[in-house]
Design a protein around this ligand. Structure first.
Ligand code: AMP
Length: 185
């Protein structure tokens, strides 16, 4: 596969917006697992029905389901031809191991940790008022992020592909920092 990028960051870090802009700039396909799940919920598919309660509570959808969805999507022609920017996946080390297996035993070319402190993301999430953004769900997601996703940083670090980018500042300032690290590849 041409280029495989991963963007990590707490919910509310601005990673979805920045991922969309990065994908456009570098011509890779933006794959957001959160968006895929929300579409499935809206469409009322079997997957959507299984994922809805878990998402509403702020918990993580099971690894087996997520790995299946992503493996299937990564096999698509558009991604095989253009490369991918994964947003929201991997979320656990089990998902990272599965990704490495899909990629033939290696990590992504680059994993970017878009770093925004907990106090700031909580403020932003309460302000955006999405249906699944109750105070409890926000707290639960942040707790899970620290517990499950933070060890991923070590996973990427060990494979030499982790870069931390400061996510504080305007959308343009943050995008410029992100573009700088991708350009350096
Ligand atoms: P997001 O839009 O990335 O914040 O995802 C919204 C919700 O979808 C999360 O709170 C999880 O319940 C679920 N989700 C998205 N991606 C994953 C993943 N890779 N593993 C498990 N659950 C996920």
């Amino acid at each position: 596969m041409p280029l495989v990028l991963v963007i990590l960051g707490r919910q509310g870090s601005g990673k979805g917006t920045q991922a969309g802009r990065l994908a456009e700039r570098y011509g890779v396909i933006h794959v957001s697992t959160g968006d895929m799940l929300r579409s499935a919920v809206a469409a009322g598919t079997e997957l959507g029905r299984r994922a809805k309660a878990v998402m509403d509570s702020g918990d993580l959808v099971g690894n087996d389901i997520m790995i299946g969805i992503v493996a299937e999507r990564l096999a698509d022609d558009d991604i095989q031809a253009n490369g991918v920017l994964l947003d929201g996946f991997p979320r656990t080390t089990a998902q990272a191991d599965a990704l490495a297996q899909i990629l033939g035993g290696t990590g992504p070319h680059l994993a970017i940790n878009l770093d925004v402190p907990i106090a700031e993301v909580t403020k932003r999430m309460l302000a955006r008022s999405r249906a699944d953004d109750t105070t409890e769900a926000i707290a639960r997601r942040l707790e899970l992020y620290e517990a499950e996703t933070a060890p991923l940083l070590a996973w990427f670090e060990e494979r030499g592909c982790l870069t931390v980018v400061d996510g504080l500042g305007t959308e343009y300032e943050v995008f410029a920092r992100l573009a700088e690290v991708v350009d350096a590849l």
